[in-house]
Design a protein around this ligand. Structure first.
Ligand code: ATP
Length: 886
């Protein structure tokens, strides 16, 4: 197909070329046929780093360097089996790291797929959402502020439509979009009758015809992937990296001194001593720790996705566990967003509206009986205004049920109009100012039998501003009427009208300030979500403050807040009050208020900043295009999956599939669980290294033979870190986790208690196994048998220690004891692995082990039980000291 210069085509030519219809769109069949021909509207995957390179990167770690150095030294000393096994371990370690990285990437990739773009098209005359990948040339696409442009479109309708095209042109200011054709040599950045895939609509609304999809689009030609998934390293991972480096230097330092001591004081032969030192180095390195941390985090991401919270990066999993404040929108997140108009207030009367939901079964009544709308111009004009100034649609399905497409606030007004006893007209719209939460109203210029009129609907206070000074507007009585509805928790929407000159063609905000007639108010109920009430309560006991940040009226917000348990039902801060405050004043006031009403997106950003100035970790929800800065700034930006714009989703770290407040709290809970399990894993793995390092050091210092060979040490490290500790990833949420205060974000990896615990357990493991070793040594047991028994002792001790660590400080036998089946499975697996290394001949040869008798299963097990009891006693004492009771 020759390259078309779509910007030179006029509106009609484009429509004819693609054999489509600007109103009806394509038919479903035609769209399916075209999808076959043009293929899906997708870009090829960006080329990834090669697998080999990725694999090799896992050797780039100081601890692995030490392992490799150990391999070289053993090689030079002629211990080739050691060399091979050490290299094998380094290789296995890299392989595990590689597989884990792939797994984490896959998990995030899966999430990328869930984030796939949606587009609003018209097909068969019906407006519908389709996946952007299903768009075909000729499709009619509707655009609104906040949308990501899903394909290259030739604009055929524009109401103040503007797009930001930095992705393509590098120019970050928005350019206005028009519909008229342009000269052939117009460059991309000036093609104002086109919008391009990958750019974003910043304001207004419009309609376009798809002219290029997938690789044919401008962005496809330069082949840049649109949605990216973010970094894989979390603060905790960076802390463990640093910790690894510290360990490495400690190993090198102490090895040097121990070598000197062994050589000069104990008269070891250099070669033998070197092997012991290698044993020591290998023992102290927690090889498996980084891999296990990324497994736990990746599993956390998957769990959250299962609980309807899509987290787009690993660091957020950690941050979620530390959230101290959740700032939530009201409409749809804390409330059901199932709007129903229950009353209509005009200058003359107060009408009741019966029925619930979008089904127009119900009546508009005055004093208990249905109103004859024809005879009441006040009601007729109000309903016609609300119906004309409206982007939603209401359709009856063949089965008799009603479906609403569009904003619930608008949908419920259509339903109310349908409930009238006569058909309410929807006049033809010539121009419109789309709704925006910045100015909180919507206006249309329309043709009516009475001439050209502007209809406006929006927040009452904004419409009162417009009506002030016009004709017989009695502000006090309207204010009172509004307050009455709002203090019941109802959303109040006002409608107004302006009669204009027949020649008027355009519509701007300035046109609304003269001759404005306020037609009336609609009282709309939107009940709170039952589950949100429970979730708010849960937050309270978890030390998390919930703040409602809404565009709605203060009285409405406060009343709904009281029903939910947020705020006292009266107190609230309004957007315009925030506007008047300095940053310092806001910093001071912010913690005092839980309800923020009539806020603008800019207020949201300042609220987040103020909270952060108060050392809070803030999650902030948002859905609009203007919410993006606040979402980016928040510690956890939360976008709405259903009603959120693409711009909001792109700026957020987390996306709620169901727009539900409860899901945020669920994700926080999961974040806390993951963090707790990460800590338990560290608590569990490090004593393996500490204990063995201590054991070797004692042996060198006392001048005895080696209780374990380097290879056996590697074996212990690998089975413990990679196999057994995985059980901790599946540990359920501890009772009381959501009853504790959020953890401070800057908590170091090893708190004083952790250091104590690691040292304490290391000493217990080293002490126990050294006692066994000494006893056997004195009884003349030969070396291979000795080492096999020590190996067995350490592994079995760690098997029991796992059950101590399943609960960080609480009693091991609690109601979760049997819940985590993995703990029992890995214990069984550990026994099988031990049988493998002890009884399989080639493993005996490789690892220098020999088969042991049954008593050496029983004795270590008995010691394991003892160790388990001692640690439980220590935990009980710690609990008492810390004053905890779980
Ligand atoms: P949230 O509580 O999630 O912030 P909200 O709907 O209250 O949501 P906005 O969408 O910013 O916040 O709406 C602010 C106000 O604008 C509403 O209280 C209402 O008065 C008015 N409004 C909302 N939707 C429309 C609309 N489609 N047309 C006209 N006015 C609207």
């Amino acid at each position: 197909m020759p390259e078309k210069k779509w910007h030179t085509y006029d509106r009609k030519e484009t429509i004819t070329y693609w054999n489509t219809d600007a109103k009806e769109g394509l038919s479903r069949e035609e769209a399916a046929d075209r999808l076959e021909i043009h293929g899906p509207n997708e870009l090829p995957e960006a080329k990834n780093e090669s697998a080999v390179l990725k694999f090799i990167r896992h050797f780039n770690d100081i601890l692995i360097y030490i392992l490799l150095a150990a391999a070289v030294i053993t090689g030079v000393l002629g211990h080739y089996i050691d060399t091979v096994v050490i290299l094998l371990v380094a290789f296995i370690n890299a392989a595990i790291g590689y597989m884990q990285e792939n797994k984490a990437e896959k998990a995030l990739q899966g999430i990328r797929n869930m984030l796939s773009l949606e587009a609003v098209t018209v097909r068969d005359g019906v407006r519908q959402n389709v996946s952007a990948s299903e768009l075909v040339p000729g499709d009619v696409v509707l655009l609104n502020a906040g949308d990501k442009v899903p394909a290259d479109l030739r604009i055929v309708e524009s109401s103040n439509l503007a797009a930001e095209e930095a992705a393509l042109t590098g120019e970050s200011t928005s350019s206005e979009k028009k519909t008229s054709p342009l000269p052939e040599d117009t460059v991309l950045g000036d093609q104002e009758n086109m919008v391009f895939s990958g750019t974003a609509v910043t304001s207004g609304s419009g309609k376009g015809i798809v002219v290029a999809v997938g690789e044919q689009t401008e962005i496809g030609k330069i082949n840049r992937s649109i949605s990216e998934v973010e970094e894989l390293k979390t603060p905790l991972m960076r802390q463990t990296d640093r910790f690894g480096k510290t360990v490495a230097f400690a190993i090198l330092g102490s090895s040097f001194f121990i070598f000197l001591f062994g050589y000069f004081v104990r008269d070891y032969a250099a070669g033998e001593l070197l092997l012991s030192i290698i044993g020591l180095a290998v023992a102290a390195i927690p090889e498996g720790l980084p891999a296990i941390i990324s497994i736990i985090l990746a599993l956390g991401v998957q769990n959250m996705a299962r609980r309807k919270a899509i987290v787009r990066n690993l660091p957020s999993v950690e941050t979620l566990g530390a959230v101290t404040v959740i700032c939530s929108d009201k409409t749809g997140t804390l409330t059901k967003n199932e709007m129903t108009v229950t009353s209509i207030l005009t200058k003359d009367h107060r009408y009741e509206v019966t029925g619930t939901g979008y089904d127009p079964a119900g009546e508009i009544q005055l004093d208990g009986s249905q109103v004859n709308t024809e005879s009441r111009t006040d009601l007729f004009d109000f309903l016609a205004s609300m119906k004309t100034c409206n982007d939603a649609s209401l359709t009856k399905k063949p089965d008799g049920s009603w479906v609403m497409n569009g904003e619930p606030t608008e949908g419920c007004l259509l339903t109310a109009a349908e409930k009238a006893d006569i058909s309410i007209p929807q006049y033809e719209v010539i121009q419109k100012i789309p709704f925006d939460s910045e100015y909180k109203y919507m206006a249309v210029l329309a043709d009516t039998p009475e001439g050209r009129r502007i209809f406006v609907k929006g927040a009452p206070d904004r419409l009162f501003d417009l009506a002030r000074g016009s004709g017989d507007f009695n502000e006090d009585s309207w204010q009172q009427a509004m307050k009455k509805r709002a203090s019941k928790g109802e959303r109040v929407l006002a409608a107004g009208m302006i009669q204009v000159d027949q020649a008027k063609e355009t519509l701007t905000h300035e046109d609304l300030t003269q001759d404005f007639t306020l037609l009336g108010l609609a009282g709309i109920i939107d009940p709170p979500r039952e589950e949100a009430v429970i979730a708010v309560r849960e937050c309270a006991s978890a030390g998390i403050r919930v703040k409602m940040i809404t565009g709605d009226h203060k009285d409405t917000a406060a009343a709904i807040g009281r029903q939910l348990g947020i705020g006292d039902g009266v107190k609230g801060l309004e957007g315009r009050e925030i506007d008047e405050m300095t940053d310092e004043e806001l910093d001071e006031a912010i913690l005092e208020y839980d309800i923020f009403a009539r806020t603008s997106p800019d207020n949201k950003l300042r609220i987040v900043k103020a909270l952060q100035d108060n050392d809070q970790v803030a999650a902030m929800t948002g859905d609009g295009v203007n919410d993006a800065p606040a979402l980016k700034r928040a510690d956890i930006g939360v976008a709405m999956g259903i009603k959120g714009t693409e711009a909001a989703k792109e700026s957020a770290q987390m996306i709620l599939v169901d727009d539900n407040f409860e899901t945020i709290v669920g994700a926080v809970e999961e974040g806390r669980r993951v963090y707790a399990n990460l800590k338990k894993t560290i608590l569990y793995i490090l004593p393996t290294n500490g204990g063995q390092a201590l054991l070797i050091t004692i042996a060198i210092l006392l001048g005895t033979s080696m209780p374990l060979s380097p290879l056996q040490i590697l074996w212990v490290n690998m089975v413990i870190a990679v196999t057994v500790s995985l059980a901790l990833a599946f540990e359920p949420l501890e009772e009381g986790t959501m009853k504790e205060k959020p953890r401070p974000v800057q908590t170091p990896l090893l708190t004083p208690y952790y250091i104590f615990r690691v040292v304490f357990v290391s000493i217990l493991i080293a002490g126990t196994s050294f006692a066994v070793y000494l006893y056997m040594l004195q009884n003349g047991v030969e070396e291979q048998m000795l080492q096999s028994i020590v190996l067995q002792t350490i592994v079995i001790l760690q098997m029991f220690h796992l059950f101590n660590c399943r609960n960080e400080t609480g009693f091991a036998f609690n109601k979760n004891f049997f819940k985590n089946k993995t703990a029992f499975i890995v214990s069984a697996l550990l026994i099988v692995l031990q049988m493998f290394i002890l009884y399989v001949p080639f493993m005996n040869t490789a690892f220098g082990t020999v088969p042991i008798g049954l008593e050496f299963w029983i004795i270590p097990a008995a010691m394991g039980v003892l160790l388990f009891i001692v640690i439980e006693i220590e935990k009980t004492i710690t609990r008492k000291i810390a004053g905890r009771n779980n």
